[in-house]
Design a protein around this ligand. Structure first.
Ligand code: PEP
Length: 252
């Protein structure tokens, strides 16, 4: 049974005091997750250790929002997968559209980052998704397929199952404009088909595909209930304890 995941992406928000309060508010509710359900918190680098300690509850994990493509060395300001591993971090978000847009991260660079994350046993949450111009031109499938091909198709079927995909239509991120559950399901089914054609149906069936883009407490259940949607990557609403608690409780 594939994993159902509620992943928080805090982006560059919160001071350490507020981060601690938010984590405590969520953990103190004592949400009981089923064996195949996870809650993952992609926090800013300086809060990773704090989050790792606070989230010692079963099936709650701290995650990084990025890591570099090189092992170590003279790369001032970067953070390596090995450093994350040494902090017991099990998940890393890679290829978020904000990284692609503001930091010029290409599909090729992301292939390298994915390689190194797997080398250090960190499960990547690999983001893909199209901008509005591509959706308007109705070529979103081709656009997303290219992202998958260029960053993921060099993996073995075995390694591919160690990667989570997050489909995030860029026009829905932070805009309050959510893809309809039908639009999400259509793209998720398409992504699964692209993966099935390359890696086989069984492998594709084991891969969690999260939806991201203005998920909130009020729409999470409908979106997560779609057959090919395995939870969400959540920005804004993950900064409000009550919202994110409801989102976690909306996992199927
Ligand atoms: C995100 O940052 O990945 C995201 C989906 O943001 P939001 O939920 O705010 O749209």
């Amino acid at each position: 049974m594939r994993k159902q995941i509620a992943a928080a992406n805090w982006k560059m928000n919160l001071t350490v005091d507020k981060a601690e309060v938010l984590l405590e508010e969520i953990v103190n509710v004592n949400i009981t997750l089923k064996e195949n359900q996870l809650a993952v918190f992609a926090v800013p680098f300086p809060y990773l250790q704090l989050a790792e300690q606070k989230l010692s509850t079963q099936n709650f994990y701290a995650a990084a929002q990025n890591c570099y493509s090189k092992k170590s060395g003279a790369y001032t300001g970067e953070v390596s997968a090995e450093m994350l591993q040494s902090l017991n971090i099990k998940y890393v978000v890679l290829g978020h559209s904000e990284r692609r847009e503001y930091f010029d991260e290409s599909n090729q660079l992301l292939a390298e980052k994915l390689n190194i994350a797997l080398e250090y046993n960190i499960m990547p949450i690999f983001c893909c998704g199209e901008p509005l111009s591509i959706r308007d031109a109705q070529i979103q499938n081709e656009f997303v397929a290219k992202q998958l091909q260029e960053s993921l198709f060099h993996f073995s079927a075995d390694d591919m199952q160690k990667i989570v995909i997050a489909y995030e239509p860029i026009w829905a991120i932070g805009t309050g404009k959510t893809a309809s559950s039908l639009q999400a399901q259509e793209m998720h089914a398409y992504i699964r088909k692209v993966l099935a054609d390359k890696f086989g149906k069984t492998v594709a069936g084991n891969i969690s595909i999260l939806y991201g883009g203005s998920v909130k407490a009020s729409n999470a259940k409908e979106i997560f209930n779609q057959p090919d949607v395995d939870g969400g990557l959540v920005g804004g609403a993950s900064l409000i304890a009550s919202e994110f608690i409801t989102i976690i409780n909306s996992l199927k």
